[in-house]
Write a protein that binds this ligand. Structure first.
Ligand code: SF4
Length: 660
């Protein structure tokens, strides 16, 4: 398939050998690249019941089908493996600059199997691939490790680097993989898998051309898109102080279709932190370990997280490869307690996880927590969640100062949040109990703490409340990587304009009552299925979720796909690949669940902690009284996919029909 390099590199870290493996046209046609290609290859390569932290697990760094073809917002890489956190399919993705380098080095993915006897680093450039000793870097934080690789690089072109920090070396199941000095592929415990393989970093500086069927056409589509994004800017009145009002509008009882191009203007200005205050006001942001609301974190507190206050620290904008939006930024970290002078701007998820979730309005503490996570290698969502869990344990007397080494865990104490996080990052004292996420922490602590351990299938949910967006709750519970906020949601679907292209995607063209979203119906299930399928297309092509929220009428994914590959498929046909990938991810999880049953690797596969879907319902705030009928909605979603409604395992006939 044009757009792809035609092969992957398989590196055996146990023996130090490497082998290029050509990929057939049939596999590319069915699974495309990125997460899809990995789902196909890893299902064969990882034996059923493999220890996720053992030599049989495979860690795959995948580029995307559209990456490097001249298309826009298509520069993300995905890392895939069996997840040590959930026991099922694991993947996480990240922007930055790594993805095109995978292809420029000649491959569509680099797959690591085995365990190295000593710490190693992988490098590839015009001299080919090699493994080098990384003993001296073991123990460095992820930012230092990347800096060291770049400083020692002798090639003409500086490499793109992905690295792990000490938390991943210590096999924290909530650790991720850093790129570009602290941008993260954070979820699924992918960092622990890299740590278990003793692979400290990968550095890539390639120079091969990336094939594209019709570069002129791709360029033409890109130019039109870039012009649209360049033109749209927010009026001066739209300051951070305006965001709570916008939040209120988004939380109304009637959902009004809006043009997603506005999202690009908001992202250009603030990035994801625009939601810091808007999300508190309308209930999107979970508060107080998912047990509170804006009534506990009112204006006096949430205004301290005004996105303009963070923007004041921004010293430069940051764009991922091929992105015209540039939602990222680099901030001055002076006075926050951070290790370096600068850091990547904290994302909304980070601000909420170390802010409202622990009732903290201490912005310096949020910056410090961002730095601790980015350097040690912790996923900010999971780390913030486990901190909030510990705070509630402390409030209930489940944990005491005797357990915490004297550290008092008091809601709203930002310094306490950062102090506990540092212990988690170092696996020190109570930090060791908490360092593998809330599900395992509750198992270790006992005393009924499971009741307040907020996770779905073993993973802590993203900082968006499913009680406000039931499609989000369905994705948390039913996606093969549970707890993920980036898979599908009503708020993404409604701006995607998917229905203009895909014949079976339900249209959202008129205002409708929000209450409709809480009723289990085939239409809502179909929206969830469509959202999940298009997200798999995004992850197979290297695309950014924010591009989808701009809308497919502007960000022309299907046109780029046909121009780059020369395939001439209809959007329905492209979506069929998304459906196949999603089913392959689910099939992998079902296989591993069956293989691990009864072993100490078996994870908690219940749908989700009931707090996530409103049992019991909140008594105060914008989501008071809201309960999502999750079991019924998940059942309908799975039925639409042709999976077992109870277990989520794809049926044989579905697998055969899709050729999984
Ligand atoms: S919108 Fe943000 S995350 Fe997405 S590609 Fe652009 S800079 Fe990266």
């Amino acid at each position: 398939m044009r757009g792809m390099m035609g092969k992957v590199l398989i590196v055996d870290l146990g023996s130090g050998t490497m082998e290029e493996k050509p990929v057939s046209a049939e596999i590319y046609g069915a699974y495309l690249g990125g997460v899809g290609l990995a789902a196909r290859l890893l299902t064969d390569m990882i034996p059923a019941g493999a220890d996720p932290l053992g030599p049989d697990n495979v860690l795959a760094f995948m580029s995307g089908l559209l990456t490097g073809t001249g298309s826009m917002m298509t520069g993300r890489w995905t890392v895939c493996c069996k997840s040590p956190l959930t026991g099922g399919w694991g993947d996480a993705n990240c922007g930055g600059t790594l993805s095109p380098e995978i292809k420029r080095c000649g491959w569509d993915g680099i797959l690591f199997r085995g365990v190295s006897p000593t710490p190693v680093a992988f490098a590839a450039d015009e001299n080919g691939p090699r493994l080098v000793d990384a003993s001296a870097s073991w123990g460095l934080d992820a930012v230092e490790a990347e800096d060291r690789v770049k400083a020692a690089w002798t090639g003409k072109k500086k490499p793109a680097v992905a690295a792990i920090g000490p938390a991943a070396e210590k096999l924290s199941l909530i650790s991720g993989i850093s790129n570009d000095g602290g941008r993260y592929a954070a979820r699924s415990g992918v960092g622990a898998v890299m740590g278990s393989k003793r692979l400290k970093s990968i550095a890539l500086a390639g120079s091969r051309p990336i094939p594209c069927a019709d570069p002129a056409r791709v360029k033409e589509i890109s130019k039109a898109f870039a012009q649209k994004v360049a033109k749209i800017n927010l009026p001066g009145i739209m300051t951070g102080a305006f965001m709570p009002l916008m939040g209120r509008m988004l939380g109304m009882k009637t959902v009004v279709p809006i043009d997603g191009i506005l999202a690009s203007a908001i992202l250009k200005k603030w990035g994801t932190i625009y939601n810091n205050t808007a999300g508190i006001v309308n209930g999107d942001s979970p508060v107080r370990n998912w047990g509170g609301s804006v009534k506990d974190f009112g204006p006096a507190k949430y205004r301290r997280l005004n996105p303009d206050r963070i923007r004041e620290r921004e010293t430069r904008k940051y764009h991922c490869y091929s992105c015209v939006v540039g939602c990222g930024g680099v901030c001055d970290a002076t006075g926050t307690g951070a290790k370096g002078e600068h850091m990547h701007k904290p994302e909304y998820e980070t601000c909420c996880a170390f802010g409202a979730l622990a009732l903290s309005d201490d912005l310096d503490s949020i910056f410090l927590c961002n730095d601790i996570c980015n350097r040690s290698g912790l996923d900010t969502i999971s780390a913030g969640s486990v901190v909030a869990f510990a705070f509630e344990c402390y409030e209930r007397g489940i944990l005491t100062a005797a357990d915490t080494g004297g550290l008092e865990l008091r809601w709203g104490d930002g310094k306490g949040v950062a102090a506990l996080l540092a212990m988690i990052a170092e696996r020190r004292g109570i930090g060791d109990v908490l360092a593998d996420g809330v599900a395992l922490a509750a198992k270790r602590i006992g005393k009924g703490s499971d009741e307040i351990a907020v996770h779905a299938g073993g993973q802590e949910p993203g900082m968006h409340d499913g009680r406000m967006d039931p499609m989000m709750a369905v994705a948390f519970a039913a996606d093969p990587t549970p707890g993920r906020h980036t898979i599908s949601a009503g708020v993404y679907y409604n701006v995607s304009h998917l229905w203009e292209f895909v014949s079976w995607a339900p249209p959202v063209t008129r205002p409708y009552a929000k209450a409709r979203e809480y009723l289990p119906s085939e239409e809502e299930a179909l929206k969830s299925v469509a959202g999940a399928c298009v997200k798999q297309l995004l992850d197979a092509t290297g695309s950014c979720l924010f591009a989808l929220t701009i809308g497919l009428q502007h960000w022309r994914l299907f046109d780029w796909l046909n121009a780059a590959t020369g395939e001439g498929r209809s959007p329905d046909e492209w979506m069929e690949a998304g459906r196949r990938i999603q089913t392959a991810r689910a099939a992998f999880g079902a296989r591993e669940k069956a293989a691990d049953a009864g072993s100490d690797r078996a994870r908690d596969y219940r749908l989700a902690n009931p707090r996530i879907y409103g049992l019991p319902p909140l008594e105060r705030g914008p989501l008071a009284g809201k309960t999502v009928p999750l079991e019924a909605m998940v059942g309908l979603y799975r039925k639409e996919f042709g999976w077992d409604e109870k277990s989520g395992a794809p049926s044989r006939s579905t697998m055969e029909r899709l050729g999984v």
